[in-house]
Each structure stands twice: as structure tokens, then as C-alpha cells.
Unconditional design. Sequence first.
Lengths: 138, 385
Amino acid sequence: MLSPVTDADGAPFWEYAARGELRVQTCGDCAEPRFPPRPCCPRCQSFAAEWRPVSGQGRIWSYVVPHQPLLPDYAELAPYNVVVVELADAPRVRLVGNVVSAPGAPLNSVPPELIRIGARVRAVFDGTGLPRWVLERS
Amino acid sequence: MTSGSGLKDATAIVGIGQTPFARHLADDERTLACRAVLAALDDAGIAPGEVDALASYTMEETDEVELAKAVGLGDLTYFAKVGYGGGGSCATVAHLAAAIATGQASVGVAWRSRKRGSGPRPWRNTTAQLPIPAQWTRPFGLLRPVDEIAMLARRYMHEYGATRDHLFNVALACRNRANQNPAAIMYDRPLTREMYMTARWISEPLCLYDNCLETDGALACVVVGRERARDCRQLPVYVHAAAQGLPAQHHGMVNYWNDDPLTGPAWTAARHLWKHADLTPQDVDVAQIYDAFTALVPLSLEGYGFCARGEGGAFTEGGALEIGGRLPLNTGGGGLSEAYVHGFNLITEGVRQLRGTSTAQVPGASACLVTAGEGVPTSALLLRS
């Protein structure tokens, strides 16, 4: 499986994720969250930034179900799901991820027909250091 | 023809050339580039030594120096490359038009040579990952361009009620035109609705026939000033308007992170294009719309103003994209069914329509919109005869 190839702006996201925390880069002056992380705020041009914890609650904005041809590790799991989740605390921050049945479960552990746009999801963390998502009971 | 200010009708495409298209060609990319460029110059009746400007894509592997040396170009005073893969196609012509209109050069050649059929699929490269945006997408298995566009397609279908039949209408129009074009890869391969609806998935909601071809081939065109164009061998096809588009807060193909991800670069390019044109979308007789994936076409139809927001799917109904319809589409077969060479075949087909020499000629066509990749930072040309 591919690991994130990070840069200076993105590294804190992954460091917090490895500790089981979901945090979003936020302007230190105007408090506007921004994603993907970048050196300065597109709204007020401030270079001050902080990494603000978010609740981990979100909704599925869209999803796909990839099939072959894929990279070998992913091909073994296909068809699996990839979702875009809109964060409840910061609706314009949308994270690409996977819906799984439980922390540590594989990318194909939830039948695709259970995934819906608008479904409520919650962030969970496993040993990979990548945030995953589980469906909330509605 | 009015003598507008700036770019308007100041330059014309006077030569087009191409190699055969195939899944595998024996020649290497440099050789294919040379063949296409020489064919375009021959079509124009212009000697290689007269060329003083070149433009291509940043992804083009044949450098200006190699091309110029091999085919015997003159002293070059302008050369440019445009980024973002298929988003750069029309911009290559736009850059030449700007250079010629401002006196930096007089004879320009744009080209693209690519062995995408024989060569590796770029997404298979796991060593040259860019941190932005790949760190946010690839580890989760969003690996290929088709996955990135399928994500937008799903959302688009959800918001506006677009259906797989709408995407099929796009695939079918392109295939029908390819069936009229002996140069097209899919010339002898008709497509049916049943084939489409039972095809294997690539990335749901997109199936095999929603994806472009994987092609070896090269194309080129020659751009000169309007005065010179009158003396060339072919009917001039004027660059009436040209635009690039990189919207504020845009994020490339994975455009999930701005306020309104379903309005992409097409909207930005279109605003500029129409502002500088004497024509409106209603005046366009035929369109060559970038079709790496079928789902890009409804988005582009909206972006370039052929229909309102959310109506791009419904626009394709009733044969609208076929010959005789409201907007005949990709009349050589496009990237879906003629050849996928980063959209350059859409430019040359636009020229053929306005010369009256297309294999699926729209009677009396006098204005053609050509677009580059939607999703990525893009470009567009409005051509007229």
C-alpha cells in the first residue's frame, strides 16, 4: 500500500493522524480553516497557522468503487471504496478516505451498496497512521 | 472578417499533420513528432526553414532543440510549453497566436507526440509521486485519473440527476463519428447501448466506454499571421478567440476542495473566450470537447455556456451530439474513439470542419469550439473560417 509522500505543509496532518488525532490547518489570524495545507492564508495572507482539532464527524460528499487495472496491493482488495468526506466542523474541508467496518478493517470491508452520498461518518484510526471512516448509525 | 484588436482573427491555422494512430507504433516519439510536424508544414506549403516558433506541452518528451535540429527549422525566437497534460492542448496554439500577433515570431508550429499506447500508464509510477495532491489521495486508493473524475461524476449525477444514459450518449456520438473516420482506432468497431451498459467497471460510476483510448501517435499544426495565411495552400482557419483557465482556489484534477467543485476551469476559460469573441455559444456549428472521460463533456457543455448549470446531462438527449443535432461533437471520434493524444486531434478536426474536409462534415460549418482537458487547468480555442 502507498504511504503519504508528505511535504513541509502537510507533515503535521500526518503526525497528528499517527497519534490518532484529526486536525486541520487553520489561519492563526482570521481562523479560516484551509485544505490542503499551504504556507499562507488565501483569505488574509497571514503566515501564522495552527492545527486545530476537529470532531471527526462528517458526511460523504461522493464516492467511487475502483476496479482493475490497479496497483497490485489495491488490486487484491478491489472492488473497494474511496470516499470524499465533508467535515461537519469545516464543510469546505473535504478529505479523501475509505469507509471501513471497524478500525483496522480493510478497504473492502463495507459492501459498496451501503455507501450513500450524505451518509454520516466518523473518523477512526488504525495502525497505518491514515484516518479511516466508519458509518454512523442514522 | 473584422480587424479586431488583440488576438481576434489576427492569426490562422494553415497546416495540419498527423501520423497513423495505433495501440503500438514502431517509431519512437521523436520520430513521430518529426513526421507530424513535416506533414503539417507540407500541408501549409511552408518550408521548415521558415519556422521561428514552437509550442507544446510540458509533458512532451521531444524537446524543441531535438525537433528543430532534426527537421531543419530556422532560427527560433519563441518557444513555449504549457502544463497540466491535456489541459494544455489549445494553449499551445494560443501561445503561438499571441507570439505572432505581437511580432515575436511569424511561423509557429505546435505539436504533441505520445506513445501512451506502448508506454507505461503514468499512474503506475509510485516513485515520482508529487506531495500535492497525491499525499491526500493515493494512499487511500484514489490512484488513477479515472478515479479522480469518477468522484466528480458521482457527485454530479447525484446533484443533477444525470444518468449513465447521458454518459452513453457522449460515448456513442464519438464512436459514431469514429465509424466514419478511417484514421480512427475505432473505425470498424460500432458501439451499442447494450455493450455500454454491460461493460466492465473501471471506477464506478464510470465503465470501460467512459474512458479514452490508449494511443501511439503524433499531430501538429502550423500557425501564421492573417496576411501570410491568405497566401498559403489551404483555406485559413482563423483563431477568433483563445483562453486559458485556472480558477481561483482550483486544485487540479482532484478539485474537491473549493466552494463549488462542479464548476471547473471551463467556466473560467469560457468567460474570457466569449468576452473577446464576436460569437456566442449559439453561433457554434460544431464542437470538439475534450473527452478523456465521458463525464467531462456535460461539465464542459455547462461551462462553455451551451446549457445552464446542471443541464449538461439532459443536453445530450435526442441525438443532440450527433450530426444534425444541436451541437455535433468530436466529429473525428475524439479521445474516446479516434485517438487519445492529449486532445491535439480535437484541434486538427476543428480545422478540418472549417475547411469542409471532415469525414463527418457538418454542412456549412463556420465556427468551431475546441476545448482542452476539463478538471485540470485548461484552455480553449474558438476557430472560424
